[in-house]
Design a protein around this ligand. Sequence first.
Ligand SMILES: Cc1cc2nc3c(=O)[nH]c(=O)nc-3n(C[C@H](O)[C@H](O)[C@H](O)COP(=O)(O)OP(=O)(O)OC[C@H]3O[C@@H](n4cnc5c(N)ncnc54)[C@H](O)[C@@H]3O)c2cc1C
Length: 466
Amino acid sequence: MCQTRNTRRTHGPQDFDVLVVGSGIAGCEAALAAAESGARVALASTGETFSGSSFFPGTWGLGLVGPADERDVDDFVSTILEVGRGMALPKLVKGLVRGIAPAVARLEGRGVGLRGAERPDERDFIPCFDRRCRSWHGLERASYRAATSAALERAGVTALPRHELLDLLEKDGRVCGGELANLRSGETLPVTAGAVVLATGGFGGLFSRTLTMPDVAGTAAAVALRHGARLVNVEFIQIMPGLVEPVRNVVFNERTFRYAHVEGLDVPDAAELLDERGGHGPFTASLPDRAVDFAFSAAGARGAAVAYDLPDELPEFMQTYFSWFEGEFGRSPASGVRIAPYAHASNGGILVDECGWTGVEGLYACGEATGGMHGADRIGGLSSANGLVFGHAAGEAAAPRPCPRWRQATARPFSACGAPWTSAACSGARTRACARWVACSISWTRRTRGSAPRAWQTPPSRHGRS
Ligand SMILES: Cc1cc2nc3c(=O)[nH]c(=O)nc-3n(C[C@H](O)[C@H](O)[C@H](O)COP(=O)(O)OP(=O)(O)OC[C@H]3O[C@@H](n4cnc5c(N)ncnc54)[C@H](O)[C@@H]3O)c2cc1C
């Protein structure tokens, strides 16, 4: 059934160059990048197209964080490594941080409206676990969806909503498509492709109390594992407070801890602990403010009462949340809520290199399905960044031939660009062209010479585990 990439293929209706599985932001970015590189692309997902955590309805949108400017890059990288408690892979962290500004530029170029911060230096804009303000953008679902939907259509991507990946097709050690279940008809559909990109999200949907979607259950990670990919840091899943009253399955804004009284937190330094806890959404075992989580967890499924003593003027970050909440649910959280711990995003997943390659021929992965770029704790706003940066990289790398832009890029003078992803002398369009050149040339080299991706110290064994 599978033919190699370089032989002539007669395309059937289920025969593509790239099969992208998962249509959250990572999958959409991968599909778009592959299609814009000239590939015939199918975008399949268990949920509808535009699903997963990326389109979770219980929040206004996603914070997207990046380095404040070029001078901030090194500090941001070292902070991520520190917050990741030594469990993050430096090459992936650098690739992530370097890729954020180009990713934001791509969104803007596509017409995605990004919310900016009016007072970006406000303390509340310091990302979770971070120590200073960075560049912050608000990625709103509706705008992303409208602009990306039009772009996917223009690029000729075939959408396969409600199609779940059951297994990968493999021939001679190379992944060459996927077996999909059509969840509407119950039929199975083999889809052949030169490469598969898994963008299937995290594991949060496995938990009964979860702030994510049921279609995000890590099933494709199990499939990838079976075909020789490796998993990394999967034990690090974010657990964070969510509302159980007045509505369930809705994100609690952790910044409001600073103005809150939490039932069960009866310690003399409660105010200091709540102030510190306001600095990060997910639980961490590594800070004393874990006492806050222990207190509200002790209340069990009915949740702990949170009462507020709010300032007259709410800080901007909280105002965004309160306005959204009132519009959505017709009442203000200011009158009190009950909270309980919820499973949230995964910090680990399938191990990849900077191009999203899993180490298995023909198999790529990106977004929350992957791990290694965060470590134990994750700085807030970097999961959306992960999907945007590595989704794009994986899509370009999975496309079957050097994209036309590769030629344009190589025609430019690249002497100032020392190494991939570290082109400090590059800026703007040149950085983007540089990144494209790197992604395309790595992918081309790998295909023609079978070289191993740079992130590996040693190539993974086909049945290795980590
Ligand atoms: C409430 C909430 C708030 C958040 N806030 C932020 C934030 O402010 N900043 C931030 O950076 N991150 C945030 N996150 C995390 C972030 O949203 C996610 O990590 C990110 O959107 C994941 O994108 P993704 O494309 O990798 O996966 P997802 O968006 O989860 O998409 C997964 C896709 O895979 C499909 N799928 C799964 N399994 C299969 C299968 N076997 N076969 C076919 N398809 C499959 C699903 O249907 C879905 O389309 C938040 C998450 C939630 C839930």
